[in-house]
Design a protein around this ligand. Structure first.
Ligand SMILES: NC(=O)c1ccc[n+]([C@@H]2O[C@H](COP(=O)([O-])OP(=O)(O)OC[C@H]3O[C@@H](n4cnc5c(N)ncnc54)[C@H](OP(=O)(O)O)[C@@H]3O)[C@@H](O)[C@H]2O)c1
Length: 289
């Protein structure tokens, strides 16, 4: 079983700080899904918010894969939450060309705590009951969201960032707690949008406040016979509590590189790059740097 899952934001948008090849073409997407399938990857991660990604998956065909998609934030002016959720999922399924998805995650999970939270929760449960969705859950940006959500929401699946720098999911105890309670755990951002894979000279100047961290990382790499891709992947894959490690790739070559790297022997000696600085670990904050 391959614990990698393919993230497909790149199928729908020219996405990412390290992206040099733009949005993946339909032909490129088909080749990437073929490679993923051949190598035993069984899960594709997408979202309604990822531009053309769902359409691309529907056109290219996703037979044999489990699909996880995400609901965007509920509009403020929405007066009928149930109808809105039903419309969103119907449109998503139509774009994907399937009658059901494996997972549906909330992209704006804290709306569950807002005035429409109860109705949103009920609408999600209904999708499960009628078989359009097997697992419901949340895509989070910080494990602190889980502290707030657990009293009101029973999730089956959680997706959270986790990488050599952002280790909050483990340090907070949430990785273990989710696993203990049977919640499926998917992690993303293993390469921190590719920042961890850049040659040190190519790291944008705005990341210079963390120069000590980059110095340590690149010194470690130069002293070990292991590539940055291998070390990044070895880290989440060393946690058995993680069910799937979602990886992003801009093209077939990167996906092949990722799959090969994940197949290598795991390392014991992993560098300590841990940081809780939200300006670094949450890419949503990078535009402010
Ligand atoms: N050889 C190479 O150079 C090589 C090889 C492999 C990969 N890469 C690079 O690595 C990239 C993938 O990195 P990754 O797997 O670590 O994934 P990532 O891009 O760090 O994270 C994926 C998800 O994290 C969330 N996220 C990332 N940036 C965000 C932002 N600005 N604002 C809000 N949310 C954000 C997004 O999810 P939501 O929008 O759903 O929240 C996104 O789909 C590829 O695109 C490629 O450029 C390079």
């Amino acid at each position: 079983m391959n614990r990698l899952a393919l993230g497909t934001v790149q199928f729908g948008l020219p996405y990412g700080i390290a992206n040099q090849t733009g949005q993946v073409s339909r032909l490129g997407a088909k080749a990437m899904l073929q490679l993923a399938s051949d190598q035993g990857l069984d899960t594709l991660d997408t979202a309604i918010a990822y531009g053309d990604s769902e359409n691309c998956l529907g056109e290219v065909g996703t037979e044999g894969f489990k699909l996880v998609t995400k609901l965007p934030g509920l509009p403020d002016e929405c007066t009928d939450v149930s109808a809105w959720v039903e419309q969103q999922i119907a449109a998503s399924l139509a774009r994907l060309g399937v009658t059901a998805v494996y997972g549906l995650l909330l992209h704006r999970s804290l709306q569950l705590l807002g005035p429409n939270g109860f109705a949103l929760n009920q609408a999600l449960q209904k999708l499960k009951d009628n078989g359009q969705v097997k697992k419901i859950g949340v895509s989070i940006y910080s494990p602190s969201e889980l502290d707030l959500l657990t009293p009101v929401f029973r999730f089956d699946l959680v997706q959270a960032p986790f990488n050599l720098i952002d280790q909050r999911l483990h340090r907070s105890g949430w990785m273990q707690r989710l696993n203990d309670s049977g919640v499926e755990v998917h992690t993303r951002s293993v390469f921190l949008q590719g920042l961890l894979l850049m040659a040190q000279a190519n790291i944008p100047a705005k990341f210079s406040p963390w120069h000590t961290l980059w110095d340590g990382w690149h010194r470690w790499l130069s002293r070990h016979d292991i590539s940055a891709v291998e070390a990044c992947l070895a880290f989440p894959l060393s946690y058995p509590e993680i069910d799937r490690v979602v990886v992003g790739a801009d093209n077939l070559e990167q996906l092949a590189q990722i799959i090969n790297a994940a197949n290598r022997q795991l390392i014991n000696d992993i560098p300590d790059l841990q940081s809780e600085d939200e300006n670094l670990i949450n890419p949503a904050n990078w535009t402010k740097l």
